[in-house]
Write a protein of this length. Structure first.
Length: 293
């Protein structure tokens, strides 16, 4: 089972999460609705007239950006997503041929696509880097589409959030990131202690009968500081973090709050710009400007 098959399976309903009319009725918190709002604002502020997106999904976000008068193009590895993306582009009066079916991890395919699509004022990737094996190769692929002085927007699953979840993810973060250089004897004691303090049986794994649920495919978290260093190393400046998908309580106790009140509390936090987002948000964006020399 593959990443493409996972996304093939969600292509027909993917647009629901961006539907403003459903932000109260969608079972899942509409985090990506707020991400798209943020992306449109950042692109507007950057003055970008053209945007390339790696991993467009069904192109609901890209078509919205295109409706803001920006030239858009992009790619995806899921055949179903590409099908929906092309239809979506067409229904917004945009060119369906601007969507390419390719794997961003295939460097030859990226080079050919860069040749075909040209250079852009901004490049973005939302929800894609969790699914690739090599961060440097991925950032290099994003970089290839961006003109000097252009804006990169790179979304990631935030590993720092695990310091607020008090569950298995916290244990993994402490042992695999914080204490990575500590002696094994110390790590063993800490691991035993954490097993008692934390809800290590949570969060439940998201699986599917087809074996390609979100937690069954490669879906990595990233450390914001480390990922920012990768971006910088490609010749970028003015890096900033933007946070979204706020959790005002750690998710395993959120059910103790009235659901409507909880969702309202989440939505009230969206758009926040303080340091708290680094711990309260399960996802973030790196914004960076490509050097001109
Ligand atoms: C979480 S979805 C996000 C879609 C879209 N960017 C959005 O913001 O709604 C991730 C998308 O990345 C695509 N993707 C994952 N790995 C990819 C790869 N190696 N090459 C191209 N696309 C990929 C998936 O097929 C999926 O459509």
């Amino acid at each position: 089972m593959s990443i493409a098959s996972h996304y093939d399976g969600s292509a027909s309903t993917y647009a629901d999460q961006y539907d403003e009319a459903k932000i109260w009725t969608n079972e899942e918190y509409p985090a990506n609705f707020f991400r798209l709002k943020l992306v449109r604002k950042l692109l507007k502020e950057s003055g970008a007239q053209s945007v390339y997106e790696l991993g467009v999904g069904d192109a609901t976000p890209l078509a919205a950006v295109g409706s803001d008068g920006i030239r858009v193009a992009g790619n995806d590895v899921s055949p179903e997503m590409v099908k929906y993306a092309k239809a979506n582009m067409e229904s917004h009066g945009l060119d369906p041929e601007a969507i390419a079916f390719l794997d961003v991890q295939d460097t030859n395919a990226i080079a050919a696509e860069r040749e075909r699509a040209g250079e852009f004022d901004a490049v973005m990737a939302m929800g894609v880097i969790p699914h690739v094996t090599d961060d440097r190769d991925f950032v290099a692929s994003m970089d290839a589409f961006l003109r000097p002085g252009g804006t990169m927007l790179l979304q990631f699953r935030n590993s720092m959030f695990s310091m607020f979840t008090f569950n298995r993810l916290t244990k993994e973060f402490i042992l695999d990131e914080l204490l990575v250089d500590a002696p094994q004897s110390v790590r063993t004691v800490v691991a035993t202690d954490l097993d008692q303090r934390l809800a290590v049986d949570k969060p439940p794994l998201r699986t599917r009968p087809t074996g390609d649920g979100y937690d069954e495919i490669l879906s990595r978290f990233h450390n914001p500081f480390e990922l920012a260093e990768v971006v910088k190393s490609f010749g970028y400046h003015d890096l900033s973090f933007h946070w979204y998908n706020y959790q005002p309580a750690y998710p395993m106790i959120a059910g103790q709050v009235d659901p409507k009140e909880y969702r309202q509390a989440q939505m009230d936090l969206e758009g926040g710009t303080s340091w708290r987002g680094m711990f309260l948000c399960s996802a973030g964006l790196i914004q960076a400007t490509k050097n001109t020399v």
